[in-house]
Design a binder for this molecule. Structure first.
Ligand code: FMN
Length: 144
């Protein structure tokens, strides 16, 4: 909504390219339930808004997944979620919602669900890049 998740996605993309992977960064605005067609490894990078909702630009995508229920058994994914611990009851629910729906649809998560806390004063792009290095090192040894 204010560009942080996008910055983090770009930074993570640089890390993954550096590690020898091919990466495409896609804003979620125009994605539909077919976004995962063909399978592969995906990373959802999302913030949290409203009452613990996914951000506005991700809402149609999130709703399409819930309604159309694509079979995501060929999909492996990670989540880098942005939130703020000040929102005690809904801390990082944006990422948690994506994690829930993707696993319900049969996709398997690689690594931990990363949760940035804006109130901690750490730089999200830096934390994201550090997390991505560990994330990618973890799945490089996982068979496809
Ligand atoms: C109006 C508003 C509502 C928010 N609601 C939540 C929330 O419910 N839970 C949470 O963990 N963070 C919440 N946040 C924090 C944002 O998710 C966090 O600041 C994030 O880094 C923003 O990323 P963005 O610049 O990509 O939008 C909220 C922020 C704003 C401004």
């Amino acid at each position: 909504m204010t560009g942080t998740a996008e910055l983090v996605a770009e930074e993570i993309s640089d890390v993954l390219i550096e590690a020898g992977h091919e990466v495409e960064v896609e804003p979620m605005d125009d994605l539909g339930a077919d976004a995962f067609e063909g399978g592969g490894i995906f990373l959802i990078c999302t913030s949290t808004y409203g009452q613990g909702d996914v951000p506005d630009n991700a809402m149609p995508f999130y709703e399409a997944l819930k309604e159309e229920k694509p079979d995501l058994s060929g999909v492996r994914y990670g989540v880098y979620s942005l939130g703020d611990r000040t929102y005690l009851d809904t801390f990082n629910f944006g990422g948690k919602r994506f994690d829930e729906i993707l696993s319900e649809l049969g996709a398997r998560r690689l690594g931990t669900l990363a949760m940035h806390d804006a109130s901690a004063g750490t730089v999200p792009e830096e934390e994201g890049a550090d997390w991505a290095m560990e994330w990618v090192a973890g799945f490089e040894s996982v068979p496809a």
